[in-house]
Design a protein around this ligand. Structure first.
Ligand code: SER
Length: 324
């Protein structure tokens, strides 16, 4: 289904790193009143609340979820609420409960209430230490060893099962680390690549929690939004993978992102103090083979590291200038 302006879209987890930006993008495209933002907390960013409908929603509360869905009758649901990798390791049972039961609630309510399309994000965390690290293929050894990764891999299989058994049009991407200037991540292993820009713009040095040669797949937020909406708009017959698509854009290490920033700010300094997130990063791919996404629905990223750095620095400096 391609959303038309008369359709309603529900974004669950609209206050998160991806949710904030996706909600803004969807409201730009379809009109604010057609995009319902829902989150367990009222957004700090008043714009999300003021620019269109907002509902307080804990996705673990199935009755409340159904109430919101009965009220707005969304044709599309973006279910983004989850605990990320580092946070879920600290709170494993809750991480599992939120990531799995939240997904079940959304999938079941979507089947029961006739939602036409569901989007659910997966992650490079579905791969583990036995996975080939370079150019990781779509189909390969998985064996994730974080709660987040286990929940995402199980979730992918459940999405495929709901598609096959219930005909629910669920679509999913395995995001790399996402980097943007409009919203902050929370509790992820790839978050250093966002924090580092904020420190640089504040004129401070940065202490990195990963070692300088840790390569991870990454993506600039405009590419992530484009990929998500391209996937959702693609004709159903082009979506050949119903678990989740590998998605890539760039791969870099802390040393390389530092060098990219230093081309604009030669005085910027980074020190390295790896913590428990290093182990998580070491179990993930360094780069991703996303050829299936390119073949099936025409995926093509726009941003590499230096283009992203340029854009991040300009926009973050502008934000700082406007806030004083
Ligand atoms: N960015 C996520 C994390 O670091 C991975 O999907 O947890």
């Amino acid at each position: 289904m391609q959303s038309t302006p008369s359709d309603t879209i529900l974004v669950i987890g609209a206050g998160g790193q991806l949710g904030l930006e996706l909600t803004h993008e969807l409201r730009q495209r379809y009109g604010a009143s057609h995009v319902v933002a829902a989150d367990v907390r009222a957004p700090k960013d008043a714009a999300t609340q003021e620019s269109g409908p907002f509902e307080l929603l804990d996705v673990l509360d199935k009755n409340r979820l159904e109430e919101v869905m009965r009220q707005y009758k969304p044709k599309q649901v973006y279910h983004l609420a989850a605990l990320l990798s580092a946070t879920a390791e600290k709170n494993p049972k809750f991480g599992w409960q939120l990531n799995m039961d939240g997904l079940f609630n959304v999938l079941d309510a979507s089947v029961d209430l006739g939602v036409q399309q569901v989007y659910w994000p997966s992650s490079i965390a579905v791969f583990g230490p036995d996975t080939p690290r370079e150019n990781t293929p779509q189909l390969t050894i998985m064996n994730p060893n974080t709660i987040y990764g286990i929940s995402k891999l199980a979730g992918e299989q459940w999405c495929e099962w709901y598609f096959k058994k219930h005909g629910l049009d669920v679509r999913s991407l395995r995001y790399p680390g996402l980097i943007g200037y409009k919203s902050l991540p929370g509790g992820g292993t790839t978050d250093y690549a966002v924090d580092i820009y904020h420190k640089a713009v504040a004129g401070q040095s940065y202490e990195c929690f990963l070692s300088e040669d840790t390569y991870l797949p990454m993506m600039y937020m405009p590419d992530a939004l484009k990929a998500t909406l391209d996937l959702m708009h693609a004709p159903a017959e082009q979506i050949k993978i119903r678990s989740s698509y590998n998605l890539g854009a760039m791969s870099f290490s802390p040393r390389e992102i530092t060098a990219s920033i230093q081309r604009h700010q030669p005085d910027f300094r980074v020190t390295y103090q790896p913590d428990s997130r290093q182990q998580i990063a070491d179990s993930w791919p360094a780069s991703i083979d996303d050829s299936r996404a390119r073949q099936d629905w025409g995926w093509q990223p726009d941003f590499d590291l230096d283009k992203m750095t340029q854009d991040m620095l300009v926009n973050l400096k502008q934000q700082v200038a406007l806030s004083v």
